[in-house]
Design a protein around this ligand. Sequence first.
Ligand SMILES: [Zn+2]
Length: 249
Amino acid sequence: MMVGRFLLAAAMTLLVVQGTADTPPRIAIIIDDLGYHFEAGRRAIDLPGPVAYAVLPATPSGQRLARIAHERGKEVLLHLPLQSVDHSGPAEPGALMLDMSRTIFQAAFADAIAAVPYAVGVSSHRGSLLTRHPGHMGWLMEAIRRREDLFFIDSYTTHESIALQIAAETGVTAIRRDVFLDHDRATEAVVRELDRLKAMAHKRGTAVAIGHPFPETLEVLERELPKLREQGFELVSISELIAMQLNRI
Ligand SMILES: [Zn+2]
């Protein structure tokens, strides 16, 4: 019985290994911070392929852009503002803050998820302070888990983020982004980061990038995304990529 089970497991492993050898490296791209500038958001939604759009909840055009993206068959994420360490500017509207009580925190989450129709997941906006705090991250993951189908993407704005660990403890499906395409928004820098993304996907099988609706980023993606297939990569939706990373298929 033990031997039989082992052989079965070995055969399944072989199938999985063969499967990965035959499948191209997969890439998923999320465009963050949609909601303030309608035209830039529209242009981003026009990018070819299953790109995802992370929409800020308390913004003038967020709902409208989420609807347009969904109608175009694209995936929508709630881009949830979380308090960052940087105190230089006002907090993002709708942000979850460290000084909120559990009740207020969860009500703020409920408002945010209600503000972004069709969201299939939640990604973090800023959050270099809040994603380090186990108590608040626990509240957040509990709120996400209650919505059953939602997953979480850690934008990973600090290496001290414990979001993935808390998500795992709470039973929430979660992954971390690998590359920021436009931390430096100069065209050459975006091209360089896109190359780094491809190298990572090649090495590991999958890779996730985040970009913003900057003209430079959109221009590079408009030009480069249609070439991915002939370069041997497959652009997949973020939920497909998560399923692949978790199941290693
Ligand atoms: Zn953001």
